[in-house]
Design a protein around this ligand. Sequence first.
Ligand code: IPM
Ligand code: MN
Length: 370
Amino acid sequence: MTTYKLLLLPGDGIGPEVMNEVQKVADLLGQAGVAKFETETGLVGGSAYDAHGKAISEADMGLAMAADAVLFGAVGGPKWADVPYDVRPEAGLLRLRKDMQLFANLRPAICYPALADASSLKREVIEGLDIMIVRELTGGVYFGEPKEIIDLGNGQKRGIDTQIYDTYEIERIGRVAFELARKRNNKVTSSEKHNVMKSGVLWREVITALHKRDYADVTLEHQLADALGMQLVRWPKQFDVIVTDNLFGDMLSDVAAMLTGSLGMLPSASLGEADAKTGARKALYEPVHGSAPDIAGKGIANPIAMIGSLAMCLRYSFGLGDAADKIEKAIANVLAHGLRTADIRGDARSIISTEQMGEAIREELQKLVA
Ligand code: IPM
Ligand code: MN
């Protein structure tokens, strides 16, 4: 059996609580002979700042670069509201994305049938929903220079961020989207704002040319990002794969996540380019939800997005799609039995803790891998 090296970066807030449950799922898979994991744990975000004065230490960056995959919890919280900008908790995550060159962020939004009533949208709008947002993750306004606040000397200051996209960046994220669509429902919706942004004009041009050249078998549509936001809440089932830039992807994926009932449900994968020789990609997996400081330490956070992130890791990094399916099936079964954490309670009579949810999922998984 292959041994996979996993780096766990639980981070802040509810990160450590949900990561605990992932560790136990990984142990179960090891015992069942599905795959063997060698795990190490590092610090990121506010917890790394408290220990090292920066959002991730060089040693932990080294572990991340050497790992077969990184599992990331969440970062940030009011405790670090006033730390210098360069070492704020989020800087740790952004550095991981940039240094590992994780340009492709896959954010699935799947509505589990048992949760259709937990959404703020009508059941018929979201029942059976299965879309994939492909967000560009290492470019755009997140990283473009100049990025600064300058003093204009007349009592005014100027805040500047820069949106930049080069052809190769648009092309490689486009490829990821088209390839995924071929394995799904064969449709890509590309989104930008070419009506006001030059980077949007280029984005549309490059995606159109790529489609014509290599992916003419896939249906391609373009939608302005504001209109797409509106369509996402109007009739989300019209979408299969959505490909968009870093900032629009950030926003639209939160909207898509909420369609499914709770931010606590959704995992994500951040992938680098495949190595020319081995085919291996650098990869980081994280829940879409944040550190939720308001409920941290109470043992009530929903671990499903974090456990789902391990499933994505098995599928995309280790070629263990079968084991990934089983984890997702275990989650669906637990939900179908009516077990709920507070965030997805709906009109459930009783709610369970983070640990109880983890345990229930492992019980189901145990049956599936036996
Ligand atoms: C996300 C988060 C991050 C982002 C923050 C924590 C920097 O919101 O992963 O969606 O904006 O990308
Ligand atoms: Mn976000």
